[in-house]
Ligand binder design. Structure first.
Ligand SMILES: C[S@@+](CC[C@H](N)C(=O)[O-])C[C@H]1O[C@@H](n2cnc3c(N)ncnc32)[C@H](O)[C@@H]1O
Length: 272
C-alpha cells in the first residue's frame, strides 16, 4: 500500500513513518509514505499557497493550483511505479465519517492520495476537479488535516498482513467482524490484585470456554450500554447467537428467548 500526502507540514508524518507499529511496518516495506508540499509547486518568490476568501470573512483559503500540481506529481510518481490512478481524499469536517470499514477498505487497496487542508479550507474548484472522496474524523474542527490523515493511515496500516506481531490481535479489536462488530471487552494484566481490586475470576480460571464466554458477555454488555446501534446491526447480520440473545434479554430484564428444541425436550420431567 502506498500513501501520498499533500501537506504543508510533511514533518508531522514522521509519527507514522518512524514510530511504533506503523514505523516498523514502514521499515519492513509493508507500506510506503510519500509527502508532497504544495509550496514546492508554486512559482512566486514567497511560495504562496493561500489567499483571502472571495466575499470576505476571516482567515485564508488554500489555492487550487499548488494543490492540483502536487496531486498530479503524486499520481505521476505512482504511475511510474506501475500503480493505477489513486483515489484523492480530502480530509474535511464535511466529509464522510471514517470508520473501521473505511480502514479495512483502505488496507485492501493500493492506497490513496490524502489532502490535508489548513486555514479556512481549500478552494472549492480544486475539490470539484481533483477530489474523489472527503473524509471526516468526527464532528469537531481540527486546525489542519494532518492529524486526521495520521489517524486514517494508522488505522489502515495496522490491518495490513504481518504488521501486528500477534496475527490475530486486530481480530479481537472493537468493530471487527470476528467480534460481530461489537465493542471490545475489558483487559487486565498483572498484578492479580491491584489496589484491592482483583482480576475477574473467569479470566483466572484457565477454562478457555468460560474465558471466551465472559469476554463475549462483557463485550455485549458494554456495547448495549454505549453503542446499542451496534447490537442492532450485529443482530441484523446474524452475528448474535442464542446464548448472546439470552444474555442480552437477561441484561434488559426481558423474558429469555427459548432454548433450542432438543435441550427443552431433555429438560422435560420424565414420565416413565
Ligand atoms: C480549520 S479547518 C477548516 C474548517 C472548515 N472551515 C469547516 O468549518 O468545515 C482546516 C482543515 O482541517 C482539516 N480538518 C478539520 N477538522 C477536521 C475533521 N473533523 N476531519 C477531517 N479533517 C478536518 C480539514 O482539512 C480542513 O480543511
Amino acid at each position: 500500500m502506498r500513501i501520498d500526502v499533500v501537506t504543508l507540514f510533511p514533518e508531522m508524518f514522521g509519527v507514522v513513518r518512524d514510530l511504533g507499529v506503523t514505523g516498523r511496518a514502514h521499515a519492513q516495506g509493508r507500506w510506503a509514505l510519500h509527502a508532497w508540499n504544495p509550496r514546492d509547486f508554486t512559482s512566486d518568490p514567497h511560495r504562496t499557497v493561500d489567499d483571502r476568501p472571495y466575499g470576505g470573512g476571516p482567515g485564508m483559503v488554500m489555492m487550487a493550483a499548488p494543490l492540483e500540481a502536487a496531486v498530479n506529481a503524486a499520481q505521476a510518481a505512482r504511475q511510474a511505479q506501475g500503480l493505477g490512478p489513486a483515489p484523492v481524499a480530502l480530509l474535511a469536517p464535511v466529509g464522510k465519517r471514517y470508520d473501521q470499514a473505511g480502514a479495512e477498505a483502505l488496507a485492501a487497496s493500493d492506497g490513496l492520495i490524502l489532502i490535508c487542508g489548513r486555514y479556512e479550507g481549500v478552494d472549492q474548484r480544486f475539490i470539484e476537479r481533483c477530489v474523489t472522496h472527503e473524509i471526516s474524523l468526527g464532528d469537531f474542527v481540527l486546525s489542519g488535516g494532518e492529524i486526521a490523515a495520521l489517524a486514517v493511515i494508522d488505522a489502515a496500516v495496522r490491518l495490513l498482513p504481518g504488521v501486528l506481531n500477534d496475527g490475530d490481535s486486530a481480530l479481537q479489536d472493537s468493530f471487527n467482524k470476528t467480534l460481530s462488530g461489537l465493542l471490545d471487552s475489558p483487559h487486565y494484566t498483572r498484578p492479580e490484585v491491584y489496589e484491592g481490586v482483583s482480576v475477574p475470576a473467569p479470566l483466572l480460571s484457565g477454562h478457555h470456554a468460560n474465558i471466551l464466554r465472559w469476554r463475549r458477555e462483557r463485550s455485549l454488555a458494554l456495547t448495549a450500554a454505549r453503542r446499542p446501534e451496534l447490537i442492532e446491526s450485529a443482530r441484523a447480520q446474524g452475528g448474535l447467537s442464542l446464548a448472546d440473545e439470552r444474555f442480552l434479554a437477561e441484561l434488559a430484564g426481558e423474558p429469555l428467548p427459548p432454548l433450542p428444541a432438543k435441550r427443552r425436550r431433555s429438560a422435560k420431567p420424565r414420565t416413565a
